[in-house]
Design a protein around this ligand. Structure first.
Ligand code: HEC
Length: 494
């Protein structure tokens, strides 16, 4: 070999050695994208919108910390289709991928009416299925228990506390499931925008549609005909016909929608917006004309008075609530409530001749009591830590509030509804998160979640506080009683 040829080969050799390093350093995002396309897109979608696996976009991943995402990629998820990549991808490549999936895509993903329509699946026509339930139980005293741990739901008999049926849901349900007024159907919304309609009488998922990319919750109209879906992505509300889940209307919104509620006496849906000082009201009748109510501040997380004349929304600063008179659209009171009140889980009851509402706080160990006739805080009590859910029932002397955050998350307080003081503190399973209570139809029993992957639903006699039954469940996040939910019981959220 001549000298120039050898030099050329040497140069080529060196260059080839350097090549991979140069490419990664020069364009991380490009190689992350290549890795994604090669190893992930078949299940998570070319644009990260999801497919057989969940969507991998920053908004959708907000509850998964980056180190946990890296662990999932390396080790996979046991008993799911998510495979381990430890033998295929080194740490640098894993980190590239983690950073990639937590970055916004260059072009915001779209999800048009046509996209929504193309995902609709009708598994059963309504008239194919029997209108008689295939099991025996008090149909008004059933519970749906959502088990986030392995994406299932359990239908529970509220008299015997025996599970009737356990079924798979979409990945990561979000916002509570909603019942049709007669309690035959239950509608679920998932983090990635899937809406599913489940026929309780026939124990079958009858229809599904993907109404968004990143969804917060859904509401069902009082007459049961319409469902409204609140999306973070795209920035919109999507109205569905509950019979087949066919989309009726897409309502574009300025920024993200935090939540949508149904307001039965007003025959309307009411939506809270994250990025706009506006409340939206959409009546349940064509042409579904949107009414915008401007507010002085960003309001999130609403609680309504029983006749839906007023709502109280938490201000973004987290130190006060703002009361809005819905007909006039005017702010009529400001309620000082430091420590981020969780108004959406507020409840109300009769106390000394008036209606009081009570709310836990997400950032302070406090419960506040507000006189709803004049919107004054009449009392605040200290709890063992910030709480998330508060529940009661007309037939229960106690309001139950969890201590969801902090070192005392294994405790629940029972507040005496007539003294507004803590009467009991239970520790159902020391060291494990105790959260979210829901009552049976008659209020005689309270069901509480041990919110862990190997968790449980514990059934208490709501007067003696004796444990009646403990049902093993996979991170049971919420329990929903047909009667209490369809009757808008004051002791539960709607
Ligand atoms: C064979 C299909 C498949 C492939 C290939 C795949 N995944 Fe997954 N992935 C899934 C499924 C299914 C889940 C949901 C698992 C569960 O139920 O918890 C998942 C879950 C995840 C999660 C957790 C999401 C969450 O919100 O909890 C991350 C992160 C993830 N995958 C990243 C990746 C990355 C990065 C790749 C490519 C290196 C990849 N996956 C390849 C199917 C797949």
């Amino acid at each position: 070999m001549t000298l120039p040829n050898r030099l050329f080969l040497l140069a080529l050799f060196n260059f080839t050695l350097l090549l991979p390093a140069i490419t990664i350093a020069a364009d991380d995002s490009n190689s992350a994208k290549q890795l994604y396309t090669q190893y992930c897109s078949s299940c998570h979608g070319a644009q990260r919108l999801g497919g057989m696996g969940p969507a991998l976009l920053p908004g959708n991943l907000s509850r998964l910390r980056k180190p946990d995402a890296a662990r999932v990629i390396q080790s996979g998820r046991a008993a799911t289709q998510m495979p381990p990549f430890a033998h295929t991808l080194n740490n640098t490549q894993t980190d590239l991928l983690v950073n990639y999936i937590y970055e916004e895509p260059d072009t915001p993903p779209e999800w048009t009416l046509t996209d929504i329509q193309s995902t609709q699946q009708i598994h059963f026509q309504q008239d194919q299925l029997s209108s008689q339930p295939v099991f025996q139980a008090d149909l008004q005293n059933l519970f749906i228990v959502v088990e986030l741990g392995d994406h299932h739901a359990t239908l529970l008999d509220g008299d015997t506390f025996n599970p009737i049926h356990r079924f798979a849901t979409r990945f990561a349900l979000h916002g509570g499931p909603k019942y049709s007024p007669d309690g035959r159907y239950v509608y679920f919304a998932s983090r990635d925008g899937w809406i599913s309609k489940f026929d309780i009488y026939n124990l079958k998922t009858v229809a599904e549609i993907r109404a968004g990319i990143n969804t917060r919750n859904m509401a069902v109209s009082f007459d049961g005909r319409f469902a409204m879906v609140a999306n973070y992505l795209p920035h919109n509300l999507v109205l569905l016909d509950t019979e087949t889940l066919s989309p009726i209307k897409v309502i574009p919104v300025n920024g993200r929608v935090s939540a949508v509620y149904t307001a039965p006496p007003r025959n309307s849906f009411i939506a809270a917006l994250k990025d706009d000082k506006t409340i939206l009201e959409i009546p349940y009748r064509a042409p579904f004309q949107v009414r915008s109510i401007s507010t002085d501040e960003y309001l999130d997380d609403f609680f309504f008075d029983p006749d839906y004349q007023h709502l109280i929304g938490a201000s973004r600063e987290g130190d006060r609530g703002q009361v809005i008179h819905l007909d006039s659209g005017k702010a009529i009171a400001t309620v000082p409530l430091a420590g981020m009140p969780h108004l959406g889980s507020g409840i109300s009851w009769h106390y000394q001749g008036k209606t009081v509402m009570a709310t836990p706080h997400l950032k302070e160990g406090k419960v506040s009591f507000i006189d709803m006739s004049n919107w004054k805080v009449i009392k605040q009590i200290d709890t063992l830590g910030p709480g998330f859910f508060m529940r009661s029932h007309d037939n229960s002397p106690y309001a139950w509030v969890d201590v969801f955050f902090g070192p005392n998350k294994d405790a629940v307080h029972l507040i005496d509804k007539q003294t507004l003081e803590i009467a009991h503190t239970l520790k159902p399973e020391p060291g494990k998160t105790a959260a979210h209570v829901e009552f049976t139809k008659d209020g005689s029993h309270a069901l509480l979640s041990i919110w862990e992957d190997d968790g449980a639903v514990i059934v208490y006699d709501s007067r003696t506080l004796r444990e009646v039954k403990r049902l093993p469940m996979r991170k049971p996040s919420g329990k929903y009683n047909v009667y209490n939910k369809t009757h808008y019981s004051a002791g539960t959220s709607h």
